[in-house]
Design a binder for this molecule. Structure first.
Ligand SMILES: Cc1cc2nc3c(=O)[nH]c(=O)nc-3n(C[C@H](O)[C@H](O)[C@H](O)COP(=O)(O)OP(=O)(O)OC[C@H]3O[C@@H](n4cnc5c(N)ncnc54)[C@H](O)[C@@H]3O)c2cc1C
Length: 391
């Protein structure tokens, strides 16, 4: 059986290792000039390849994922990495290779491909797939019994996942959901953007779509000249991306001191003016912005504040509101919302219309949170497909 894998990076390489045996001839095609280019940029060059909390709530889709992402698949996927000699370095549940280098994962794949005599063609762009007499014909020249499309989404097109495969999928008449960027910075209309640029602070974010609370996230917030960024922002960005695309209003409320419920009572315990006490907790620039917004004199003692001033101060510390006007585009994104509708695929991720055509990774309508979930889905989907092919 000849199996062609379109896309020689995360899920494609994992699938190749899993399906190669004496009965299966495997050919990996990629339009990049090297394999695994995407892997190299992951986790800031460290490749956060898994997470100790693989609960399905970290994965998002228009369809239910409970039958797909089972405990058995999760366990078998992680075991595969252990069996390949990847010793994990685990930080707050995030798995990295012990070397802290993404090249460790990428190079492992290349070594294993070579060892197993798996062929690959680089600088090869797949722009046409036809199904004729139970065979797949790729670009009018390569014949295959089965094809796995592992060509990624649209995020970080410079790494090769540039969305060009969508034409091929559309021509096959396979239904897809609109692709949108996720795990991106949010751009806001904040009047303070230039002033707060560069501040990093712990915060809790609450995202509201048309006034309705949708999700809360806590973590390190980066205040930028265009708005807000950081992992906690990335994890709410999918909701902003979808809502803005639908023309809805997106607002984020920032709690700058989430670890203290009643900041005013806390501050009253100290014989300090309001600027002094707040600047012992927060970045001084941020304190200036909060006091400016709340219209409070920085030398005022907390005991001298009127109830109106107290509620205003509380509002700008605990519910600092920013309107989101846009999200980063695909060049800034780490993953893609949307893609191939799971209703088009069976539980083996095989097309219901085309026998022997499979999909893995980001091209499928599944996007994960930040923290190893997108690579996690890439490996798990590749394992699901390879188990089906090997059966
Ligand atoms: C900056 C950045 C950091 C990230 N960090 C993490 C992280 O730490 N942890 C995590 O879990 N996820 C991370 N992700 C997300 C993760 O990298 C992807 O979700 C995952 O790599 C997708 O795997 P894939 O197999 O679907 O596609 P990819 O790994 O993107 O591979 C697709 C391959 O297909 C090739 N291709 C595409 N179209 C064609 C075509 N028409 N013909 C031939 N070849 C084609 C491409 O060249 C590419 O090599 C990050 C993403 C980015 C952009």
């Amino acid at each position: 059986m000849k199996i062609v894998i379109v896309g020689g990076s995360s899920s494609g390489l994992f699938a190749a290792l899993k399906i190669k045996n004496e009965d299966n001839e495997v050919l990996v095609l990629d339009h990049n000039d090297e394999l695994g280019k995407k892997i190299l940029v992951t986790g800031n060059g460290r490749c956060n390849y898994w997470n100790s909390d693989m609960d399905n709530s970290h994965f998002h889709s228009n369809n239910d994922l409970s039958m797909l992402l089972t405990d058995d698949i999760k366990e078998e996927t992680l075991n595969s990495f252990n069996d390949l000699g990847i010793l994990p370095l685990i930080k707050n549940g995030y798995y990295y290779p012990y070397s802290n280098q993404a090249t460790t994962i990428r190079d492992m794949f290349i070594q294993e491909l070579d060892k197993r005599n798996i062929s690959y063609k680089l600088n090869y762009d797949v722009n046409k797939i036809e199904y004729i007499n139970n065979k797949y014909i790729i670009n009018d020249e390569i014949e295959a019994d089965k094809v796995i499309i592992s060509a990624g989404g649209n995020a970080a097109p410079v790494t090769g996942s540039n969305g060009s495969i969508m034409n091929v999928i559309n021509n096959l008449g396979i239904k897809t959901f609109k692709q949108l960027p996720s795990l991106v910075p949010l751009y806001t209309d904040g009047e303070y953007n230039n002033f707060w640029n560069g501040i990093r602070t712990n915060a809790k974010l609450a995202i509201y779509i048309d006034g309705e609370l949708v999700k809360e996230e806590q973590g390190e917030l980066q205040l930028t000249q265009n708005g807000i960024s950081g992992i906690c922002v990335f994890n709410i960005s999918r909701y902003a991306s979808i809502a803005l695309d639908e023309g809805k209003h997106v607002n984020v409320k920032i709690d700058f001191i989430p670890d203290v419920d009643d900041v005013i009572s806390y501050a009253s315990r100290f014989d300090l003016n309001i600027y002094e006490i707040l600047s012992r907790i927060l970045n001084k620039k941020l304190v200036k912005i909060i006091l400016d917004k709340a219209d409070i004199n920085s030398s005022a003692h907390i005991s001298s504040l009127t109830s109106k001033e107290i509620s205003s101060l509380n509002k700008y510390i605990k519910e600092f509101s920013v309107n989101v006007i846009s999200v980063g585009d695909f060049t800034k994104a780490q993953t893609t919302i949307g893609g191939v509708d799971l209703n088009e695929l069976d539980s083996n991720l095989e097309s219901k219309k085309y026998k022997g055509l499979y999909f893995t990774g980001e091209i499928v309508d599944v996007d994960g949170d930040c923290g190893g979930y997108n690579l996690g889905f890439a490996w798990m989907s590749a394992l699901i497909v390879s188990k089906a092919i090997n059966r």
